[in-house]
Structure formats: structure tokens, C-alpha cells
Design a protein around this ligand. Structure first.
Ligand code: HEC
Ligand code: HEC
Ligand code: HEC
Ligand code: HEC
Ligand code: HEC
Ligand code: HEC
Ligand code: HEC
Ligand code: HEC
Length: 486
């Protein structure tokens, strides 16, 4: 059946569907869209429409607005199933599936699907073994893998593993779901409608910052908030009405088709005059700012011998984007500021806090078989997973308020006012223990903490600022007062 459809599409003049031009002898797109029966649909899809235009008028009208309807890609072209598909079912004389997976889209959009499958987005359901998952299943949840906290929370962004029940029905704990790394019954990963909403599948909608902001938001990855407060977000908002019609067009090149307010998609995905559009959102970023300690992207994969695009190339690609609107020095200097900001977080807080935390766990000063039952565990988690990320994310996308007040300030407060006191408390308890191994462990953690607090960045806190440091600070303060004195 699939071959007949493909033949049909070819007969319509769509040998390369994606690059196909609208046939010139046909009605204008507007006329096609308003026609009650779509003359370009296959006979199968016409049959679907006959029932569904009354039954699910919303879906049919969304579809009519899409490029798909203009190109003869109808209900059946997407929803048809192969005999072997576990989620396929008989439906009014057709064998169809409700799920349309990236594999189904790849029949016509091979390039996008391949790039997407190779991206971290497609891996987003790999959170099952993660620390955060203990939260959804245990701390917040009901001890089950499909805890409602996971189903309606984590999985909606990350993706579920879709389970099929009898007759092709879908298990309600796993669907509806359009998480970006969803595991599909056909073995493919992800969901294209994470970004391309049904049934318009419009590129304009996907290019909108709000689209990415559905998931990239909140206390632990506030990218949309950062963007909105950055000059880029403001420039987009200020020019939005002028830009919106342009965003419908296939070609959308910064510095050519528009000149302000890059959106998420501009920097991470869209084509520039020198780069092609990519569906691998990691393809232009050089750091990973998610872990407790930042490293260059894919460092673990590289260490395990995998061949991946080197971070230097990814950074060069991102610079190509910036250079559509800025000059070389501006961009080069900005990257220096960004790198130093990540370095400061890592060196001053990320690395020492992680080492101390791990040592305290290993020494049994806090329970080491379950997370989140000690205050120190929550404290450390807030420090890197919320505040430390915000500081780094703010710096990466020009949101100084996130770098400072939601970021570095909170990290410092958390470290000095909670992490250190709580650590001292468990060390003290450990030193009084009757278990000699625990006493030994507590001594080691104490020695490490002393070393950290006596280091250059922290000794001010224990009253050990050197005479030269005090002098330099005093001088700076005097100069400041002199400059602003009348
Ligand atoms: C004779 C009328 C009729 C025709 C023809 C028809 N449908 Fe349906 N369809 C329905 C009805 C009624 C429902 C809702 C009840 C159900 O699930 O069976 C439905 C539901 C669906 C669902 C949702 C199923 C679910 O369980 O979530 C999909 C997807 C669907 N149709 C696609 C199609 C496609 C694709 C075609 C053409 C190949 C088609 N339909 C042809 C009547 C029809
Ligand atoms: C470009 C491919 C494509 C076309 C064309 C298409 N669909 Fe869908 N449809 C999808 C995707 C993707 C989903 C989301 C299902 C999933 O993967 O979770 C979906 C979901 C659905 C659902 C279930 C979700 C809901 O909101 O209830 C129905 C019903 C449906 N489609 C009917 C139709 C009908 C009727 C047509 C023709 C007018 C149509 N589809 C055309 C891709 C398509
Ligand atoms: C049978 C072939 C076919 C299938 C299956 C298909 N598409 Fe398309 N798609 C097309 C064609 C043809 C176009 C129009 C290309 C053009 O206008 O240059 C298109 C255009 C698009 C566009 C650009 C829309 C715009 O704004 O103009 C998006 C996004 C898209 N498809 C996504 C999807 C997704 C996601 C799926 C799977 C859920 C899918 N397609 C399934 C053939 C298909
Ligand atoms: C609002 C959508 C959303 C929800 C809800 C959500 N996450 Fe995330 N999660 C994200 C985004 C977006 C990222 C990537 C952030 C970044 O790159 O800065 C992410 C990153 C992660 C990472 C890091 C992955 C890596 O490669 O380093 C883990 C682990 C994770 N989430 C687990 C969870 C768990 C478990 C839950 C539920 C307790 C959850 N998330 C809830 C959107 C969400
Ligand atoms: C992270 C969000 C996101 C996901 C997930 C996503 N896309 Fe896209 N897609 C976009 C954006 C943004 C654009 C428009 C980029 C531009 O041209 O500026 C786009 C454009 C497209 C286009 C038009 C390509 C062209 O040359 O103009 C097609 C086709 C497409 N996507 C198909 C898919 C398919 C198939 C999938 C699933 C395998 C998918 N997309 C998943 C965001 C996404
Ligand atoms: C001006 C270009 C630009 C815009 C606009 C932009 N970003 Fe970024 N983004 C960057 C740069 C630069 C980095 C850091 C690159 C690196 O690591 O080398 C980054 C990093 C990221 C990361 C990686 C975070 C991590 O934890 O590793 C995510 C996720 C992200 N951006 C999402 C978004 C989202 C969502 C939007 C829109 C709300 C957006 N970006 C808007 C340039 C941009
Ligand atoms: C449905 C939720 C969702 C949407 C929508 C979404 N993302 Fe993501 N994104 C995630 C999750 C989850 C991760 C973390 C994946 C992981 O590493 O496990 C992520 C990771 C990323 C990364 C880091 C990639 C890397 O290789 O480290 C970037 C950059 C990014 N997203 C950009 C975007 C942009 C730009 C858009 C919009 C065009 C977008 N995302 C839309 C959920 C989403
Ligand atoms: C589509 C054009 C465009 C692109 C692409 C772009 N920018 Fe911008 N950028 C602007 C505009 C417009 C402003 C505001 C100019 C002003 O300050 O008057 C701006 C401002 C900035 C600022 C100043 C922020 C502030 O708060 O003063 C920095 C830094 C910056 N951009 C860096 C970058 C970097 C780095 C990239 C690439 C990752 C990039 N830009 C990509 C248009 C762009």
C-alpha cells in the first residue's frame, strides 16, 4: 500500500517532496484551503476527511492550513501503518496508527529525522536512572515507575515510553505525550510534534521563542526567562509584528531576511548565509552547563572513544550566527566573558562542593544509599542543579540578572550559609561516633573543608584575607569615593 501512495505522490510531481514547488496550473493555496474537499488528497485521505471534517473539525481545519494539505499529504499519508506495527489497528477499512513517529515523518523528511535522532533531544527520555528521577518516583511520588508526578511532570517534557494495549489503544499512563525524547512503539526516539504542533506543522510556530520555552523554563533551566530579559529577546518583542509574516517564509536568514532579535531557533537551529538548518540543537554549543561541574560538550562520549563533532567546530558555527549581526571583536570578547564566568562557578563552587559532598557520603556522614533524606543533599542539589545552572545559563545567553541575583548570589549564599554549616554539623557528629571508620572519614572531610576554606577564593570567609588583599580593597574603595566626590 505504501508503494501506491509514494507513486501517487510522485504522480503529483513531488519526486523530492520537501523541495517540491507548488504546481503552477493548480488553484492558489487559498482556494485549496477553503475548498470543502481537497482535490489534491489521495482517495484514501478523502475518505478520512469525509468522516473527520464533521467529527474532528479542529484537526481537519488545522491540516487545511498546512503546507501538507497543499502538497497532497493527507491523513492517510501520515497515519497509515505497516502490518507489523504493534500500534496499528483496523479503522473503517484502513490499517492505521494514531502515533505518527519520527520514523513515519522520515519517509519524506529524512534529513531532519536523522539529525534529530542524533541529537541530545532524542535522548531526553534517558532520565530513568537519574538523580532527579528519585524525586518523581520516591520523594514526590508513590514508589512506582509510572508515578503521576513523573507522568504529568517529567515525561511531558522528556518523553514517555509509549505502551500499546489491545486493539492499538494506547496506555493512558504513557499517552498523550509529546515529550522531546519519547520512546515510540516502532523503536524510534522522539516526537516531532514536540515542536511542530499538529496539524499545522508550521515552521513559523516552531521558530517562535515560546515554542522552546514550553520546556526550557523554570528554576533549573530558565532559558526563556533569560532570553526575554536579554537585549535579543527585547529586540524580538519590539519588532515582532513586523517579523511575524517573515517567519512564515521558508528562507529566514539573519542579516538578510531580518536584522534583529535572534530567537532560540536562529542561534541553535536555523540556517544562516553560511550554515544549513540543523535539527541537532547541540550542534552549535561548546559547553554543557547542566551537570554539577561544567565540561566541554560530549566530553564523556569523547573519553569513551566516540567520534563526535569537536567543540571548537560547534563554537565556530555559533560564531557564524553571531557574525550575521555583530563584528568579530564583539563576538570574540563575549566568548571570553562567558568562558570565565563558567570557569569561576566551576572552580570556586562546583568542584569543591562536589568533592566535599561525595566525600561526606562515602564516609557515611550522611546516608549513602538513598538521596534526599538529609538536608545536605537538598542543599547541594539546589546549589548546582538550580542556582549553579542559572548562573551559567544567564551568562551563556546574555541575561545578567540570572547570572547575578538568581545565580551567583544564590550560589554563594547557599554555599556559605547552608552547605558549609551543614557539612560542619555532620563532621562534628562523625567525629563523636563510636565507629572508628566514621571518625577517620570525618577527619578527612574536615581536612578537605579546611583546605577549601583556606584557599584564595574562600579565606575571606574565615577572616583570613591577607594584608595585601585588605590593602587593595581599601585602595579601590578610596579611589571609588574620590571619583564620585564633588
Ligand atoms: C466512517 C467514518 C470514518 C472514517 C472513514 C475514518 N474515520 Fe477516523 N475516526 C472515526 C471515528 C468515529 C473516530 C473516533 C472513535 C474511534 O476511535 O473509533 C475516529 C478516530 C480516529 C483516530 C483516533 C483513534 C484513537 O483511538 O485515538 C484517528 C488517528 C483517525 N480516526 C484517523 C483516521 C484516518 C487516517 C482515516 C483515513 C484513513 C480515518 N480516520 C477514517 C471515523 C472515521
Ligand atoms: C504530517 C503528518 C500528519 C497528517 C497529514 C495528519 N496527522 Fe493526525 N497526527 C499526526 C501526529 C504527529 C499526531 C500525534 C500523535 C502522536 O504521535 O502522539 C497526530 C494525531 C492525530 C489524532 C489523535 C490526537 C488528537 O488530538 O486527538 C487524530 C484523531 C488525528 N491525528 C487525525 C488526523 C486526521 C483526521 C488527519 C487528516 C485531516 C490527520 N490526522 C493528518 C500527524 C499527522
Ligand atoms: C508523504 C510525505 C510527507 C510526510 C509523511 C510528512 N511530510 Fe512534512 N512535508 C511534506 C511536503 C511535501 C512538504 C512541503 C514542502 C514544501 O512546501 O517545500 C512538507 C512540509 C513540512 C514542514 C514545513 C511546513 C511549513 O511551514 O511550510 C514541516 C515542519 C513538516 N513537513 C513536518 C512534518 C512532520 C513533523 C511529519 C511527521 C509527523 C511530516 N512532515 C510528515 C511531506 C511529508
Ligand atoms: C518543563 C519541562 C521539564 C520538566 C517537567 C522536567 N524536565 Fe528535566 N530537563 C528539561 C530541560 C529543558 C532540560 C535541559 C536543560 C538544559 O539544557 O539546560 C532538562 C534536563 C534534565 C536532565 C539532565 C540531562 C543531561 O543530559 O544532563 C535530567 C537528568 C532531567 N532533566 C531529569 C528530569 C526529571 C527526572 C524530571 C522530573 C522529576 C524532570 N527532568 C522534569 C525539561 C524538563
Ligand atoms: C526542537 C524543536 C524541533 C523539533 C523537535 C523538530 N523540529 Fe523541525 N523545525 C524546527 C524549527 C525551529 C524549524 C524552522 C527552522 C528555520 O528554518 O528557521 C523546523 C523546520 C522543519 C522543516 C522545514 C525544513 C526546511 O528545509 O525548511 C521540516 C521538514 C521539519 N522541521 C521536520 C521535522 C521532523 C520530521 C521532525 C522530527 C524528526 C522535526 N522537524 C522535529 C524545530 C523542530
Ligand atoms: C544569541 C543567540 C542565542 C539565543 C537567541 C538563544 N541561545 Fe541558547 N545558547 C546560546 C549560546 C552562545 C549558548 C552557549 C554555547 C556554548 O556552550 O558554547 C547557549 C546555550 C543554550 C543551552 C545549553 C544549556 C546547557 O545546559 O548546556 C540551551 C538548552 C539553550 N541555549 C536553549 C535556548 C533557548 C530555549 C532559547 C530561547 C528561549 C535560546 N537558547 C536562545 C545562544 C543563544
Ligand atoms: C518538549 C520539551 C522540549 C522542547 C519543546 C524543546 N526542548 Fe530543548 N531540550 C529538552 C530537554 C529535555 C533537553 C535535555 C536533553 C538531555 O540531554 O537529556 C533539551 C536540550 C536542549 C539543548 C542542549 C543540547 C545538547 O546537545 O546539549 C538545546 C541547545 C536545546 N534543547 C534547544 C532547544 C530549542 C532551540 C528549542 C526550540 C526550537 C527546544 N530546545 C525545544 C526539551 C525540550
Ligand atoms: C539577528 C541579529 C543578531 C544575532 C544573530 C545576534 N545578535 Fe547579539 N544583538 C543583536 C541586537 C540587535 C542587539 C542589541 C544591540 C544594542 O545593544 O543596541 C544585540 C546585543 C548583543 C549583546 C549585548 C547585550 C547587552 O545586554 O548589552 C551581546 C553581548 C550580544 N548581542 C552577543 C551576541 C552573540 C554572542 C551572538 C551569537 C551567539 C549574537 N549576539 C547573535 C542582534 C543579534
Amino acid at each position: 500500500m505504501k508503494h501506491i501512495i509514494i507513486l501517487f505522490v510522485i504522480l503529483l510531481g513531488l519526486t523530492n517532496p520537501v523541495d517540491a514547488k507548488p504546481p503552477t496550473d493548480k488553484a492558489t493555496p487559498a482556494a485549496v484551503n477553503t475548498a470543502t474537499s481537497n482535490t489534491r488528497s489521495s482517495t484514501q485521505s478523502q475518505t478520512c476527511l469525509n468522516c473527520h471534517k464533521a467529527l474532528t473539525g479542529g484537526i481537519v481545519n488545522q491540516w487545511k492550513l498546512s503546507s501538507h494539505s497543499n502538497k497532497g499529504v493527507g491523513c492517510y499519508e501520515c497515519h497509515q501503518a505497516d502490518k507489523g506495527d504493534s500500534d496499528g489497528f483496523e479503522h473503517n477499512g484502513f490499517f492505521i496508527a494514531t502515533i505518527v513517529s519520527p520514523k513515519d515523518c522520515s519517509r519524506c523528511h529524512e534529513k531532519e529525522s536523522k539529525e534529530f535522532q542524533a541529537s541530545h533531544h532524542a535522548e531526553a527520555a534517558k532520565i530513568l536512572g537519574s538523580l532527579d528521577n528519585v524525586l518523581a518516583e520516591v520523594v514526590e511520588g508513590n514508589m512506582h515507575h509510572d508515578s503521576p508526578a513523573a507522568v504529568s511532570g517529567c515525561w511531558q517534557c522528556h518523553g514517555s515510553e509509549v505502551k500499546v494495549l489491545a486493539g492499538g489503544k494506547l496506555d493512558p499512563t504513557t499517552w498523550p505525550n509529546t515529550g522531546v525524547g519519547r520512546l515510540n512503539p516502532d523503536g524510534s526516539k522522539g516526537s516531532c510534534s514536540a515542536c511542530h504542533f499538529r496539524h499545522n506543522f508550521s515552521r513559523a510556530q516552531a521558530r517562535m521563542p515560546e515554542n522552546c520555552g514550553r520546556c526550557h523554563m523554570g528554576p533549573d533551566h530558565p532559558q526563556i526567562e533569560i532570553y526575554n530579559e536579554s537585549k535579543h529577546g527585547i529586540a524580538f518583542a519590539a519588532n515582532r509584528t513586523r517579523f511575524e509574516p517573515l517567519m512564515e517564509k521558508k528562507d529566514w536568514i539573519p542579516g538578510k531576511d531580518y536584522e534583529q532579535g535572534p530567537t532560540c531557533s536562529t542561534c541553535h537551529m536555523s540556517a544562516t548565509s553560511t550554515l544549513p538548518l540543523t535539527h541537532d540543537v547541540g550542534s552549535r554549543i561548546s559547553w554543557t552547563l547542566r551537570p554539577a561541574i561544567s565540561e566541554k560538550i560530549d566530553a564523556a562520549a569523547i573519553a569513551s572513544g566516540k567520534k563526535v563533532k569537536p567543540w571548537e567546530e560547534r563554537r565556530d558555527d555559533m560564531k557564524q550566527v553571531c557574525l550575521a549581526c555583530h563584528a568579530d571583536q564583539w563576538v570574540g570578547n563575549w566568548y571570553e566573558q562567558f568562558d570565565k564566568s563558567v570557569g569561576l562557578y566551576n572552580d570556586k563552587f562546583g568542584i569543591p562542593a562536589t568533592k566535599l559532598y561525595k566525600m561526606a557520603r562515602a564516609a557515611g556522614l550522611i546516608t549513602n544509599d538513598i538521596e534526599f533524606d538529609d538536608p545536605l543533599e537538598f542543599t547541594y542539589y539546589f546549589l548546582w542543579h538550580h542556582e549553579g545552572r542559572r548562573a551559567r545559563h544567564g551568562a551563556s545567553m546574555m541575561g545578567p540578572d540570572y547570572t547575578q541575583w538568581h545565580g551567583n548570589y544564590e550560589v554563594a549564599h547557599r554555599f556559605y550559609m547552608e552547605f558549609v554549616p551543614q557539612l560542619r554539623e555532620v563532621i562534628e557528629k562523625g567525629l563523636k561516633s563510636t565507629d572508628p571508620a566514621k571518625v577517620e572519614g570525618a577527619k578527612k572531610v574536615q581536612a578537605e573543608l579546611d583546605q577549601v576554606l583556606n584557599s584564595e577564593n574562600h579565606r575571606w570567609f574565615i577572616g583570613k584575607m591577607t594584608a595585601e588583599e585588605k590593602d587593595a580593597r581599601k585602595k579601590a574603595s578610596e579611589e571609588f569615593r574620590k571619583r564620585y566626590a564633588q
